[in-house]
Structures are given as C-alpha cells and as structure tokens.
Design a protein. Structure first.
Length: 528
C-alpha cells in the first residue's frame, strides 16, 4: 500500500531558529572579520567593517529624513557593492526593500513603486530616464538616491547621490526595534502562478531561516568563511538576493560580484579567483558548453555548481559534469519561499530530481482540483510548509488565501515525491513562462500588446527552448483593417517591458479560444 504524504525533510532539524533581523548577519561578519575583503565588484573592493559602516550611515540618514519602520523603499540597480550596502542599510532602518530588476522599463518600475507605495528609490544613474518617466505614476515617491556617479540630471526633484546620503548618516541614530517574525525585510515581486506581479511579503525571519536552511543542507560542503563565491545572478531576484548576496555575508565569505553574465569574464574570474561556489541557472551552463573558453578554464577549485530558477535537463547537467569534472546539482524554490525548499546532495546528485526538502520543511502533493492528499509516487500539486514560507501577498488577501491554506503554500507546480522524499518537478506552474530563470506572466505581456492600437485581442503562452528554457509566443487578433507586422508588435512590447518578456514569435489568428467564462484556453493554443 502506498504511503500517504506529507513527508518530513530527512535532514536534521535546526529548530529553534535564531530570531534576529537580517542585518545582524552583516554585524556578525564585521565583528568576526573586520579587515577581510568581503565584496569585490568592477569599481571597488570593501572590507566587512567598512560595509557595515556604510549600511549604518544609510540607515541613520533614512531615519533622519523621516523614513520609519515598515516604509517601502525601491532598489532599482545592477549588482554592486553599493547595492549590498543599500540593502542592509534600508533593512537596518526598519524599512522594507522592494527589489526591482535593472532591465525593467518605466512602466514596470512605476507599477512596483506605485503598488508598494514606495516613498524612496535607490537606483543606478543610468536608469534615471526610466525613473523620470515613472514619477507621474508614483505620487508617494519623494526621494531618489543615485548609486555611483553624482550626476543628478534626469531624475527630477528630490534626487541626491549616495555620497550625500552617507555624509548625512555620520550622525548616529538609535537602533530600530524589529520583530523578526512579524516585520517585513523585503517585498520582491512575483507573478506567483497567475496574474500580474504581486508583492511577496518576506519577514526578516523568513529570509534568515532560509539562509540557515541552505547553509546546512549540504553537510559535506557547508558554506564557510573560506569560500569564494562568483555572483552573476541579479540581486534583485530572490535567488541572487538571499542565496548569494545575503548568504555570502552570513557566512562571511568573499563574493566576487559580476553585474551581468558574460561567458569569457565569468570563466576567467572563476579561474583567477579560485572560486569555490557558483550558483547559476541552466541556460548559463548550456551557453558555456558551446563556448571554446570552457575547455581552457581550470574549474578545479569549485566544490560544485548549483542550478535553480528553472528546470535542469538531466542530460545537460551530466554533460557539463563530464566535460569539466565539476559536480552539477539543482535546487528548487520560489520567491514565496525565500526561495529554497529543496536541494539535492552534491555527493550523489539525482539530476532528474530537485532533491529532498531542506530542514524543517514539510511537503505533500495534492489533487489540483479537489485538494485531497495523494499517496507517494502520484502526480499532484506540490505543497510545502516551513519557516521560510512568506507572510502573504501585499494587499492581495484573496490571492493569499488561494495559495496559503492551513499553513501550506500551494506552489502550482506538478510534482511527485518518492519514498526517500526526493521530488521530481513534472510541470511548471500552469500559466507562468520561465525565461532564463525569470518568471514572465502572460497577462503582463498581453496587457502590453493590447495597448497597441492595431491589436484587438491576444494571448501569450510559453514555448520550450533549449537556450531560453521557454520563450513567449503571442497569438494576436488584429483590429479591423489593420495589418501590423510581427516585428512591429515585438518592438512595441519591448518599449514597455524588459526585453526578455517580449514575445519572440507572433502568430496572427482570427480568434482567441476562450472558455464560456471568458478564460483564455492556453492549452489549445499550445497545441496550435
């Protein structure tokens, strides 16, 4: 007789978890290794003590400017030392970081700043044109802090440089009392399984618990102070933010920061820095396998390569491991789970699985329609519960109730669990499109297309692709008498959304298939 779920993680419990604010990780690293170089980017390197001091000044300046506990502050920038200092400074002031992908356009920026009610935003100077366009839709926004160059042009009133904010922060302010379990540290935006992006409420405890869970899930290869991590994943994405950026600070290991993925630079830095950790996404491995530089790069310092954010084809992981001699494994999680829920072991990875759950994480599969628990081995919706599960969606009580039921988070992903607790992800969340590790909401792309005057109706679905994981394909009904070219519509979407969200293909149709209730029948379109 098949054993029913739920199943408990086979890993030893870590309970009770230390309860502290997220910036305590930085305070501890600065106390343990004040003179150690903790971060290196293209412009500077910084010791842990100096990084802690910068974050303290940012927190002090924000307090002096009247930003209180719970205020949302956007962080719209590429990876850098300044990004890390700003993140910890904002959190230290008791404010809530709203990370915003640096490739976003003005409309996407305005949506996140407006929906979160952010009163301030920290951003790279080169992104000021987007902020200038977004400002009219963000009535609460009153302060913009430029990271890097002191040029203020284009960002509008209330714009200062980070240098000025740091100068203001020389005056110390009283610490902010933070309840780690209740107070939010971060509000990343995720589309969940359906709809437009929603703010994911992650408390200090959610994020910190997940760092402890990840650091202890590989007893054979714990993350330690001696490690060197090469970080190219964007810190505005929960994988790059909590697993890499916060995780490295928590371990007091050195992180070498790349602002973007470029294969020659990535491989060269891996060898030159003798990196021991590389967290990446499957499309990067595929790209590197086709690059001549891979065979000339010494990767022997790496303990393993961890992939996430998108499914890893077993053949891809096996080929990369055979070519390089480096173990490849994968993990699984979502923004709503801070993000890690499952990680495979590095000693004997089962590439067809994402491994068992991390410590103190329960799992079960349920019938997607009835919600009834299913026995082990059967296919159903994966549900998890643990200390890393979000508080809910920002100002979205109905969506929160839909995915959080009796303490269980319903992932929307179809999976099976074997007798040892290993999970196989069989199908992605019903509507989301995974593009190189980023989740793209069809509804967001459809809304952009419908703004074009020659589009009467449309629908967007994901199409499997070995390089991109998936890419968006749009089906478009043209307005009466209109003859827009596919290239014109693709370019139009790219002016409103990040380029990876734009459709790569457009097919013109006479009608979009819909249910009697008006819901788009995407399964019909996928078969077209």
């Amino acid at each position: 007789m098949k054993r029913a779920t739920p199943t408990r993680s086979p890993r030893p419990s870590l309970a009770p978890y230390p309860q502290h604010p997220i910036h305590a990780f930085l305070l501890r690293a600065a106390q343990r290794f004040p003179d150690k170089i903790g971060l290196v980017d293209a412009r500077e390197s910084i010791r842990f003590a100096e990084l802690e001091q910068r974050s303290a000044r940012i927190a002090s300046a924000l307090q002096q400017r009247g930003f209180g506990k719970g205020e949302r502050i956007g962080l719209f920038a590429a990876n850098s030392v300044s990004f890390v200092a700003s993140f910890f400074g904002i959190a230290r002031a008791g404010c809530v970081v709203v990370p915003i992908t640096a490739s976003y356009k003005a409309g996407e920026l305005a949506y996140q700043l407006g929906d979160s009610g952010a009163r301030a935003v920290f951003l790279d100077p080169g992104l000021t044109p987007h902020l200038h366009q977004a400002r009219p839709q963000c009535p609460a926004l009153e302060l913009a802090v430029l990271l890097g160059a002191s040029e203020r042009a284009g960002a509008g009133a209330g714009t200062i440089g980070l240098d000025q904010l740091l100068a203001e922060g020389k005056k110390p302010m009283p610490g902010v009392a933070i309840d780690p379990r209740r107070d939010l540290a971060c509000l990343p935006y995720s589309s969940g399984t359906t709809g437009l992006p929603k703010g994911v409420m992650l408390s200090h405890s959610n994020l910190c618990s997940n760092v402890y869970q990840f650091h202890t899930c590989l007893p054979e290869y714990p993350v330690v102070a001696e490690d060197v991590s090469l970080n190219h994943l964007p810190y505005t994405h929960i994988y790059g933010l909590n697993v890499q950026m916060v995780g490295c600070v928590a371990a007091a290991c050195r992180q070498v920061i790349l602002s973007r993925f470029e294969p020659v630079e990535l491989l060269g830095r891996l060898e030159a820095e003798r990196a021991t950790l590389l967290f990446t996404v499957p499309p990067v491995l595929l790209f590197l396998l086709g690059h001549d530089q891979l065979g000339r790069t010494d990767l022997s310092s790496l303990k393993y390569i961890n992939t996430g954010a998108a499914p890893l084809a077993p053949s891809l992981g096996a080929e990369f491991a055979e070519r390089t001699g480096v173990v490849v494994k994968q993990g699984y999680g979502m923004t709503e789970t801070s993000p890690v829920t499952h990680v495979d072991y590095a000693t004997a990875p089962r590439l067809e699985t994402v491994g068992p759950p991390v410590a103190d994480t329960d799992q079960k599969v349920v019938d997607p329609e009835s919600g009834a628990e299913l026995p082990l081995g059967e296919h159903g919706e994966l549900c998890v519960r643990g200390p890393q599960v979000m508080q809910g969606y920002w100002n979205q009580p109905e969506d929160t109730r839909r995915v959080l039921r009796d303490g269980w988070f319903h992932s929307g992903d179809i999976a099976s669990i074997d007798a040892e607790g290993y999970v196989r992800i069989l199908d992605r969340a019903k509507e989301m499109i995974k593009v190189r590790g980023f989740a793209v909401a069809p509804a967001e792309v459809e809304a952009a297309l419908l703004r074009h005057p020659q589009v009467a109706d449309c629908a967007v679905v994901g199409v499997d692709d070995p390089e991109w994981v998936e890419f968006p394909r749009a089906f478009v009904v043209r307005s009466a008498g209109a003859t827009p070219a596919a290239e014109e519509l693709i370019a139009f979407v790219a002016t409103q959304l990040a380029s990876f969200k734009a459709p790569r293909e457009i097919r013109f149709v006479d009608k979009i298939p819909r249910s009697p209730a008006g819901k788009i029948l995407r399964r019909v379109l996928r078969q077209t």
